[in-house]
Design a protein around this ligand. Structure first.
Ligand code: TYM
Length: 335
């Protein structure tokens, strides 16, 4: 599975709830696509999840469901490593070290920290602040060349690149400096109720966010209620955030270009287009949902998969961590 010729891809997703259409189109769809060309390592970021308070039973449930869902989407364990972050302790160990090579000012500039500390004003914990160091550790432990992410993680990836470059500069070449893979369409799926805001699973408005596991009627209802402007032309345009978002979703799902969409829907109204977007999403998710339901039935199989994959990930992570520890000056255990 570890192939020195192939470049390495690494990415993760938090297990704080069901995955959204934004997660799928921005990142998870790429996880699956990249498996043939690259040596891929994926994980559920359960350590990241506790930067916001989680009910223990829910965290466990969402982690297992997330594992099943990514397998259902097509993560292939013959090709890729797919594990649970908390089962590979090297992540926390390298994160600590990288904390000491990251400046307070750099972390203070992270827009996600600013947003989340506003949203969770009663729990602005140190983990929320240093979260990008853990994410940098996730990436750098595997010497990743590429990181498939949505637009909202770009700033964190930039920080990982900066920290890698800084460490390499001090101690000689240690980490591969990673590059992002951000899709053309779907990199920033917006809320269906307020298309100036990112689609997010924590949105209070139930119609704002489509979940990958939503049933067809729910998906259709959410798209029918999507906020659009008072015009009727199905084409990209300024001040048409709602329609632009729907076109982005449609293109990400079908592979069409916005120009094709404008041609195909010329003379038809927003109403027809909303139904078409919903149908495209429903059809794309149908086979995933069917496999997901089957996988969830087989807890034993899921357990075998993540149990076998943790040591595979750890073997790679450990090599990098040992190299880092030697360079920093820690005394290694005697033989
Ligand atoms: P998370 O769990 O918030 O999201 C997982 C992935 O989904 C993308 N995404 C979106 N893309 C388009 N439109 C949206 N509305 C949308 N919402 C989410 C995210 O950009 C992300 O790629 N810190 C990360 C998880 C992580 C990670 C890593 C990622 C931990 N370690 C190492 C890459 C490499 C996060 O919270 O993503």
């Amino acid at each position: 599975m570890e192939n020195p010729v192939k470049k390495r891809v690494l990415s993760m997703v938090q297990s704080t709830g069901p995955f959204t259409l934004g997660n799928y189109l921005g990142a998870l769809k790429n996880f699956v696509r990249l498996q043939d060309e690259y040596d891929c390592v994926y994980a559920l970021a359960d350590l990241h999840a506790i930067t916001v308070r989680q009910e223990p039973a829910s965290l466990r449930k969402y982690t297992l469901q997330g594992y099943a869902m990514l397998l259902a989407m097509g993560i292939d364990l013959e090709k890729s490593i797919f594990f649970l972050q908390s089962q590979v302790p090297e992540h926390a160990q390298l994160a600590w070290i990288l904390n000491c090579y990251t400046q307070f000012g750099e972390l203070s500039r992270m827009t996600q920290f600013k947003d989340k500390s506003q949203k969770h004003a009663d729990n602005i914990n140190a983990g929320l602040f240093t979260y990008p160091c853990l994410m940098a550790a996730d990436i750098l432990l595997y010497q990743a060349d590429y990181v498939p992410i949505g637009e909202d993680q770009r700033q964190h990836l930039e920080l990982a690149r900066d920290v890698a470059g800084r460490f390499n500069g001090i101690y000689s070449q240690t980490f591969t400096v990673p590059e992002g893979i951000i899709p053309k369409a779907g990199a920033r799926v917006m809320s269906l109720q307020d298309p100036t805001k990112k689609m997010s699973k924590s949105d209070e408005n139930v119609n704002a966010c489509v979940f990958v596991e939503d049933d067809p009627d729910t998906i259709l209802r959410k798209f029918k209620r999507a906020k659009t402007d008072s015009g009727s032309e199905v084409a990209l345009g300024e001040g048409k955030d709602g329609v632009n978002n729907l076109i982005g979703i449609f293109c990400a799902v079908t592979g069409e270009t916005p120009e094709q969409v404008a041609r195909d829907f010329s003379g038809k109204g927003y109403g027809d287009f909303k139904v078409a977007v919903a149908e495209a999403v429903i059809e794309a998710l149908r086979p995933i949902q069917a496999r997901y339901r089957q996988l969830l039935e087989d807890k034993g199989y899921l357990e075998r998969c993540y149990t076998e994959n943790a040591p595979k990930a750890q073997a790679i992570a450990r090599r990098t961590l040992q190299k880092v520890m030697r360079k920093v000056g820690f005394v290694p255990l005697g033989k």
